[in-house]
Ligand binder design. Structure first.
Ligand code: FAD
Ligand code: NAG
Ligand code: NAG
Ligand code: NAG
Ligand code: NAG
Ligand code: NAG
Ligand code: NAG
Ligand code: NAG
Ligand code: NAG
Ligand code: NAG
Length: 503
């Protein structure tokens, strides 16, 4: 039974045409979601994809991990910021739960999708355009539905590049966490190179958030994920672009020790001495073939050559199975790196941070591999381990550029972000629980050896990891205050339940 819907004039909103649900109802989540969708469809007849339609199914499965394939009541596909503003007002007035999806690459269940609520996607907001401000600063404006590969493709034409994700289909949500880019050794995280966010606040206001306009909210958005607003536009600073030299170097298992040497050398020497270097040291285990390969994207900025320069020549020391290093565009590299990273597997991921240390790198990887081999031949089981440095320059770039929430400024050591990924054809609770307890063991091992840094990188974190506390108590307190100021009734805490939450 659908209760009567009252049309009440909304004093808090300019939208007198938006209907309201009765406040006295007590319905199941599914009925509630259906009612919210009915109201939304009345307000936006052509912008809501209904359950059972192709548009719904396509959008609902556009996620990297099957852990995000949920059952939203309907999918809202706005075409402009005003739509988002109007919809947020409707959701708040009617207590409708919703989720926000960028590129759908978070593996955290429910981070960017929802059961029995409304999923907002930006399938119809993918515009990308380059502008110059009154101070002659060039930037690219990106709507939240664009993926980074499209941004590279667009910017490559003008030989400029922003600081964003390195894999083609990854989305803009990355720029609300921290964000590693090709140019991070020089310029810091992606969040540190945002000029302006356009954001829809809990009261529906559409605001420009920058260093000069709401600097407290600006700082909080840089690391705060979906806790403050729906971001409707990202303006990213631009740098001189490609073509550049880059590719992937793939080796067999017997090169692991050299790969560990190179990962350490890259972290404490290459990345520190030459900010144009970039690598994403990665190693995989595939249970189906019981095979280990190292597979490292390597890259050097501003280099008109088809080979890596001397500072990175060590990467050629390994006996490779494949080496694709060549002169290439950013878009081509982003496409290549994403090969074999497609949607449709169940993914679980976790991360922690240590002070760079060669012995610890080896301990961690060999323990992870030993665990993988102990599970046996489970179809599709793949382990991915990545080791990505944070240099002092990177961490301090944030302060110079208006600060972020990450709490990393002032660190003098090179840190290593350790990523642990598990892929399976289908979810298996026993294996996931075992993976998570192995992760806890590794993390406490690093802690007992005095190497653990508290930072947990939002972008690579998994369900239940305490991201915001990892930024430090003072940063967390600051973010909570900012939340109370811009979202006093906790809309982004209550009505947007997915992902990492502040409260
Ligand atoms: C193959 C692969 C490659 C990757 N490469 C990189 C890399 O090079 N560098 C790096 O730093 N990270 C990388 N990541 C990690 C990546 O940063 C995270 O997965 C990030 O969550 C992706 O953003 P998204 O928009 O695709 O995700 P989504 O799952 O759509 O969103 C992630 C979170 O952000 C929120 N969000 C998204 N859009 C908005 C919005 N407009 N307003 C408010 N909240 C929003 C969502 O609600 C969700 O909680 C990679 C991940 C994968 C799987
Ligand atoms: C709503 O329904 C639930 C279960 O049917 C019941 O426990 C609860 O007391 C009801 N709440 C109100 C406000 O009626
Ligand atoms: C969508 O439709 C299917 C098939 O009719 C149904 O089983 C499912 O419960 C519906 N999902 C939602 C969220 O209403
Ligand atoms: C979309 O981007 C193009 C350039 O890429 C620009 O000309 C156009 O004005 C933009 N449209 C909107 C609605 O932002
Ligand atoms: C390393 O492994 C590869 C592939 O298995 C093999 O061809 C090569 O001979 C091995 N090299 C050494 C030094 O063992
Ligand atoms: C794992 O199982 C598959 C399917 O049964 C089989 O083809 C494969 O050879 C097995 N791999 C190993 C390493 O035993
Ligand atoms: C890059 O090098 C090639 C040949 O070595 C040359 O033709 C080309 O002009 C160079 N490009 C730039 C931008 O310097
Ligand atoms: C690569 O090999 C060269 C020559 O053997 C050696 O001098 C250099 O130290 C090695 N570099 C790394 C990072 O292993
Ligand atoms: C090397 O990688 C390229 C690009 O992914 C691929 O086309 C090629 O087949 C690979 N070669 C080998 C030997 O694996
Ligand atoms: C999950 O994995 C375990 C360990 O490999 C296996 O014994 C079990 O059968 C799997 N469960 C399912 C439901 O596939």
């Amino acid at each position: 039974m659908v209760p009567p819907i009252f049309s009440i004039f909304l004093t808090t909103s300019a939208l007198s045409f938006l209907p309201l649900l009765s406040s006295a109802q007590n319905t199941s989540a599914q009925q509630k979601g259906a009612q919210c969708c009915k109201l939304l469809t009345q307000a936006f007849p052509s912008k809501v994809a209904q359950n059972g339609t192709t548009a719904y199914t396509v959008d609902d499965t556009d996620f990297w991990s099957t852990s995000e394939w949920l059952s939203p009541s309907c999918i809202f596909q706005p075409t402009e910021s005003q739509d988002v503003s109007d919809a947020v007002k409707l959701f708040v007035e009617n207590d409708c739960e919703f989720a926000i999806r960028g590129g759908g690459h978070s593996a955290v269940p429910g981070a960017a999708n929802i059961d029995d609520g409304i999923l907002i996607t930006f399938a119809n907001m993918k515009n990308i355009s380059i502008h110059t401000d009154s101070q002659d600063v060039q930037y690219v404006s990106v709507q939240p539905g664009a993926v980074w590969g499209d941004v590279y493709t667009y910017c490559d034409q003008f030989a400029v590049v922003p600081m964003c994700g390195r894999y083609y289909p990854v989305g803009t949500g990355l720029a609300l966490g921290a964000g590693f880019s090709f140019l991070s050794n020089a310029n810091g995280f992606a969040v540190d190179n945002i000029k302006t966010y356009e954001a829809v606040l809990a009261n529906g206001a559409i605001v420009e958030v920058s260093q000069t306009n709401s600097p407290d909210l600006f700082r909080s958005l840089k690391g705060g994920g979906n806790n403050f607003a729906v971001v409707t536009r990202y303006d990213l600073l631009l740098y001189p672009g490609g073509p550049v030299v880059g590719g992937q170097i793939t080796t067999p298992e017997n090169q692991t020790e050299k790969w560990l040497d190179l990962t350490y050398d890259y972290s404490v020497r290459q990345a520190v001495l030459d900010v144009n270097t970039h690598a994403l040291p990665a190693i995989l285990y595939m249970a189906g073939t019981d095979e280990v390969i190292t597979n490292t994207p390597v890259y050097y900025n501003s280099h008109n050559s088809s080979v890596l320069p001397p500072i990175m020549a060590g990467w050629y020391n390994m006996t490779a199975l494949n080496d694709t290093v060549r002169q290439a565009s950013y878009a081509a590299l982003a496409l290549e790196f994403n090969e074999n990273q497609g949607d449709g597997q169940f993914q679980e991921q976790r991360t922690y941070t240590i002070t760079a240390n060669r012995e610890e790198y080896a301990r961690v990887w060999y323990s992870f591999l030993k665990w993988g081999r102990s599970i046996g031949n489970v179809t599709g089981l793949t382990l991915l381990h990545c080791n990505m440095p944070l240099t002092p320059r990177m961490m301090n770039a944030g302060v110079e550029k208006g600060s972020n929430s990450l709490g990393l400024a002032g660190t003098d050591d090179v840190l290593s972000i350790l990523y642990f990924g598990l892929s399976l054809d289908t979810y298996n609770e026993t294996i996931v629980n075992s993976f998570n307890s192995l992760f806890d063991t590794l993390q406490s091992g690093s802690k007992s050896r005095g190497l653990l840094n508290p930072y947990i990188m939002w972008n690579y974190a998994g369900l239940g990891q305490d991201i915001f506390l990892s930024y430090g108590q003072s940063s967390l307190n600051f973010m909570k205050e900012v939340s109370k100021q811009y979202d006093p009734t906790g809309v982004f805490q209550r009505l947007v339940p997915g992902g990492f939450k502040l409260f």
